[in-house]
Design a protein around this ligand. Structure first.
Ligand code: SR1
Ligand code: MG
Length: 395
């Protein structure tokens, strides 16, 4: 039966799992166990032994950073399923899953050391530029492996069934990203007084609410491929040129532009908080989009699914170009939503700590809201990466 682990009970649990204990080596008394929980939802322990190390991630029955908010444990199962559904396609850009315990809702994975969370590395200005090339390939490979264009429809139907139950985390996304920032809501932290008029304007902005309505519809009804579902810069670890995607517990079938938009939204937010890094961020967004589209073009060219089954290679290329424009438009809209929700919603970002005065922080946050709103309203008119960069004031 389930119980929440601490360092001592995890040591016992690992002792009872010979394959995992073998990876650590030595005796349990030789192991060092550190809790390094960083995300909003779960506890994470890193275990070091004389031979190797492990990362152990356990779901709690509530939101870790808000214990009064109950949360089903099954999210760990969906993360395990997501890793298994994508591992072969994305290797080596994700940590290996060694074991999933479905009673303890515990994942035991490859330990990424000395990696750092990408958001933290960006804030400290310690990134190796070009990291977004790996993320673009990652998204292309994961969605190619799970899309209706490349796989017989039975594969997509199985994925729909396997992830249909991930409703608790999809509810978080629907509320926190797609709804709460645009209405008065007790979960939204009170903004600073200077930003209050900007926030209240979003609550009554009818044209914006119409455009958000279209994105709500896209997120819940466009089942293009299996998404990571929470691909922000806190869901990525990096060390030098080794870049890995973690934390797939929000996995769901959905529009491909959702993963792209969340990632680009977090990069664009970083540029709002640190205007001196606009050049780096423009280059990363360009690297992401170029590697994503190059990889997806190559992978989807061969077809293999029931969608586009009648088309020859030339026609598939034409269809693919339209498909990519649709993804870019979704990307633009979801990018705008992410910029707004990470600025005024429940889960805000540490990037704003780079602002050294209250005035510059408000200015950065206002800029993110303005750009986010523009992206949402203009998404349907975007046809090229340059259009998107111009809307972000990065071109
Ligand atoms: C209650 S969870 C809040 C946020 O943290 C996760 O990382 C997701 O981004 C979610 O929206
Ligand atoms: Mg997470």
């Amino acid at each position: 039966p389930y119980f929440t682990l601490d360092a001592s009970s995890l040591q016992h649990w690992l002792t009872d799992h010979a394959d995992l204990a073998f990876r650590l080596g030595g005796d349990p008394s030789d192991w060092t166990i550190r809790e390094v929980s960083d995300g909003n939802l779960n506890t994470v322990f890193l275990v070091d032994g004389p031979v190797g190390s492990l990362c152990c991630k356990q779901a709690l029955p509530h939101v870790r950073v808000a214990p009064e908010w109950p949360m089903p444990l099954e999210r760990a199962l969906y993360e395990a399923r997501y890793i298994r559904a994508t591992a072969e396609a994305v290797r080596p850009a994700a940590p290996e899953l060694y074991f999933y315990d479905d009673e303890m809702f515990l994942l035991v994975m490859e330990c990424l050391t000395p990696h750092e969370v990408l958001r933290t590395a960006l804030i400290r200005d310690e990134v190796q530029p070009g990291f977004s090339t790996t993320i673009g390939q990652y998204v292309a490979r994961s969605v190619h492996a799970t899309s209706w264009i490349s796989q017989p429809f039975e594969h997509g139907s199985k994925l729909l069934a396997d992830f249909a139950g991930n409703t608790a985390l999809t509810r978080i996304t629907v509320d926190l990203i797609l709804t709460d920032p645009f209405r008065p809501c007790s979960r939204n932290p009170a903004p600073e007084a200077a930003l209050l008029p900007d926030v209240e304007a979003l609550h009554t902005d009818k044209p914006l609410h119409r455009a958000v309505g279209s994105l709500q519809d896209r997120f819940l009804t466009a089942r293009q491929a299996l998404l990571h579902g929470d691909l922000h810069t806190g869901s990525i670890m990096q060390h030098k040129d080794d870049v890995r995607v973690i934390d797939g517990e929000f996995a769901t079938m959905g529009p491909i532009g959702f993963d792209c938009g969340l990632y680009l939204g977090n990069l664009a937010l970083h540029a709002c908080a640190a205007p001196n890094k606009r050049g780096l961020i423009e280059a990363e967004i360009t690297a992401f989009w170029n590697s994503f589209t190059t990889e997806l073009r190559t992978l989807l060219k061969t077809g293999g699914g029931d969608v586009w089954a009648l088309s020859d290679e030339a026609q598939r290329e034409e269809l693919l170009e339209n498909f990519l424009i649709g993804i870019l438009q979704d990307t633009t809209g979801f990018c705008g939503l992410e910029m707004i929700r990470r600025t005024i919603g429940f889960a805000q970002v540490a990037d704003y700590t780079l602002c050294t005065t209250p005035e510059s922080r408000t200015e950065a946050r206002r800029k993110a809201l303005t750009i986010g709103r523009r992206l949402i309203l203009e998404a349907a008119n975007v046809a090229t990466l340059e259009n998107l960069l111009a809307l972000m004031l990065l071109a």
